[in-house]
Write a protein that binds this ligand. Structure first.
Ligand code: CA
Length: 704
């Protein structure tokens, strides 16, 4: 009898092992919870806690000097790379710009499959902050990706073939998806972006097996006043609707897009979402300057089964500065005042570091993690910021830190429970906020209600140097219990990279200028660095395979900071993205990038009948966010060197007729007349002539 039982058990165990082997990526809740303490990386932030802490310590201060390249892969896109790869059952899954998915043998780097969703290039117009993608989710043999054009696609983890596709957004509106989905209890959760243009944000839960929509939660009220038949209806009626007043939100949808952060506590069975800014940013235009506008700039706690509201904490009531609360949400157990507390931590754009009781949403503490000028603190009783009265820019312009790029953006932070420190990739980005007087809502365009013309660059060289010298980046080690800085590393450029912490006492971070480095977790001392030859903005991850620890990072600059503030970024041509994987004793080498310099154009006999001053204004209203203030952007095509600027016909062909739509430059015929386009050309020609007279820029750093 005993023998038979053993036999059955053995057969079962064998068949389970075989099943596991035949279906790679067979991730479930048990494995996702276990990933917090093992060498796998099963979700965007490693596991449900999203601490981005690897318990692996085989790479440490004693052998970091021998960390070398194990393998690398190069991709077919040179736009921003923001993904964190997952490592499951010996397979590394990652995504690139344009929402493409790749699977590699995690040991050898052999490509196993790839999936290209075929996003139309013109969709790039709707992406405020580059055509990026932050990664996949994996569950029970399926890999899930959200595409720039709003599809949620389930792929077979073994072959990359499509299992199902759902269009999660209305593609007649400027919705995008750039964030990684997460999976909880057989539901794949996804939000969207588009709040600079004018959309109504929401979060959706789909059945992982079938792709069927299970619930949806809208983060702003229905502008028609009707119920949506959605999970948000009850709380909108009870709390949300009354916090909105008359304003442009009724046309735009109000924003509040949940484009990045999520976390899950399986014991409390609560899911946490970070919610974005309003449309327009300008609270006076959006809602008559009245009301908190729930759930903009909030952390929202929902039940994963139903989308039922549990609690919210609004970081920036009546937000007016693009101060999203979509930044990284991480869960941890901290000892605060002698009590163990289950906390949620966030360092959103507004510059305060929040420690919140994740069961109740009660504020435990909030302190500025960098110099901020819009508020002096957070009222401990009400949880509301104590605002600087000038910050709302209604009577006059205000120069403020942080600006719309935030004191911390999407670049993930990391928490090391051993040091008790959170490592934050920090931005210092001043911005001049002023009411966009007379500006009106234009469907499909940028609708922020803020004057971008005043954020053009000073023409005086000394003033320009003074301005760009204010802009910088830091890696900050923050003690969340005592709410204070422990150490900082200064970076020359502000748009620095996501972070990984490891039990080896290391903090890994790349940088815009191209190096990938390891720092001592206790004091920030640089211990190791590798020149990638390109910029890094993505967060690294680590995994263990056959007894060896690997560290992987996506290489390739881009994203919101690169395209909108190019004057404060390294000058380099766009280079193809790479996945670089390191291990102790790794001996692989990656070839230098092949770079070509865009040849100068001869403007001697080029003329325009356009109005330069009108073109200057139109440029800063329509073109600046991708081509840089004063056409300073060299990263998306450098207009100052573009042959398109040579003739009015070619220029019109691109700007009005959409000749470059397949590469992401959609037609502006909806917003500009041919005469407007020629005025912009006349202005760009003046910048091109200035640039042609200036000294040449430095060559890019070679790969090392
Ligand atoms: Ca935004």
């Amino acid at each position: 009898m005993k023998l038979i039982r053993w036999g059955v058990a053995l057969a079962l165990a064998l068949s389970m092992a075989a099943c596991q082997k035949s279906s790679p990526g067979n991730v479930d809740a048990k494995r996702l919870e276990a990933a917090a303490t093992n060498g796998e990386w099963l979700s965007y932030g490693k596991d449900y806690n999203e601490q981005r802490f690897s318990p692996l310590d085989k790479v440490n201060a004693s052998n970091i000097k021998d960390l070398g390249l194990a393998w690398y892969a190069e991709f077919d896109t040179d736009r921003g790379q923001e993904a964190t790869p997952l490592m499951v059952d010996g397979v590394l899954y990652t995504t690139t710009a344009w929402s493409k998915v790749f699977a590699f043998d995690a040991k050898t780097g052999k490509q196993l499959w790839k999936y290209d969703p075929g996003v139309q290039g013109a969709k790039g117009f709707d992406a405020c902050c580059d055509v990026v993608n932050r990664g996949v989710a994996i569950w029970k043999g399926k890999v899930f990706v959200g595409t720039l054009d709003g599809r949620l696609v389930a792929l077979d983890a073994k072959t990359g073939t499509v299992a199902w596709t759902q269009q999660t957004t209305d593609n007649s509106k400027p919705y995008t998806i750039t964030g990684a989905p997460r999976v909880v209890k057989d539901k794949v959760l996804i939000g969207n972006g588009g709040a600079e243009y004018g959309v109504r944000g929401y979060i959706s839960a789909y059945d992982t097996a079938t792709g069927k929509l299970i619930w949806r939660f809208y983060t702003t009220p229905n502008p028609t006043g009707a119920a949506d038949g959605a999970a948000s209806d009850k709380v909108m009626a009870e709390k949300g609707n009354a916090t909105w007043s008359d304003g442009e939100w009724k046309q735009t949808g109000g924003g509040g897009t949940a484009w990045d952060s999520m976390a899950y506590d399986p014991q409390l069975d609560i899911m946490y979402f970070g919610i974005g800014n309003g449309t327009p940013w300008n609270h006076m235009k959006r809602s008559g300057g009245k009301g908190d506008n729930l759930f903009l700039s909030s952390i929202l706690a929902l039940k994963p089964d139903t989308g039922e509201y549990v609690w919210h904490y609004q970081t920036t009531p009546g937000e007016s500065w693009d101060y999203t609360a979509t930044q990284h949400i991480m869960l941890a157990d901290l000892n605060i005042g002698g009590q163990p507390r289950k906390v949620l931590m966030q360092a959103p754009k507004n510059g305060f570091f929040y420690v919140i009781d994740r069961a109740t949403g009660q504020l435990i503490s909030a302190k500025p993690y960098t110099n901020i000028t819009w508020a002096t603190g957070v009222d401990q009783k009400t949880g509301r910021p104590i605002e600087n009265p000038a910050a709302r820019y209604q009577t006059s312009m205000v120069m403020q830190v942080p600006g719309p790029l935030g004191a911390h953006n999407w670049q993930p932070m990391a928490f090391n429970p051993k040091t008790g420190l959170v490592y934050i990739p920090l931005n210092v980005t001043p911005f001049a906020y002023a009411d966009d007087k007379g500006g009106t809502y234009k469907a499909g365009a940028w609708n922020v209600g803020v004057d971008f013309v005043i954020n053009s660059l000073p023409t005086d060289a000394a003033q320009l140097t003074a301005l760009t010298s204010l802009i910088k980046g830091q890696l900050l080690a923050w003690d969340p219990v005592n709410q204070k800085a422990v150490w900082t590393v200064n970076h020359p450029y502000f748009w620095n990279a996501g972070v990984l912490a490891t039990a080896g006492g290391l903090v890994f971070q790349g940088a815009a200028e191209g190096q990938f480095s390891a720092y001592d977790a206790a004091n920030g001392k640089a211990l190791w660095t590798y020149k990638t030859g390109n910029g890094v903005i993505a967060a690294p991850m680590s995994y263990e395979l056959d007894g060896e620890q690997y560290v992987a990072v996506m290489v390739g600059v881009g994203g919101g900071g690169q395209i909108s503030a190019p004057a404060s970024m390294p000058t380099r041509p766009r280079l193809p993205g790479r996945l670089m994987v390191f291990k102790v004793g790794g001996k692989a080498t990656a070839p230098d990038f092949q770079t070509t310099t865009q040849p100068a154009i001869d403007l001697t006999s080029v003329t325009s009948t356009g109005d330069v001053q009108h073109g200057f204004e139109l440029f800063h209203k329509n073109c600046q966010v991708c081509h840089g203030p004063n056409a300073s952007g060299a990263w998306l095509p450098d207009l100052k060197k573009s042959p398109m600027v040579m003739t009015a016909d070619n220029w019109k062909g691109v700007v009005i007729d959409g000749a470059s739509a397949s590469r992401g430059m959609a037609s502006f015929a909806r917003f500009l007349s041919p005469k407007d386009a020629e005025d912009i050309r006349a202005y760009v020609l003046t910048e091109a002539r200035k640039a042609a007279a200036a000294p040449a820029v430095a060559a890019p750093t070679p790969a090392g």
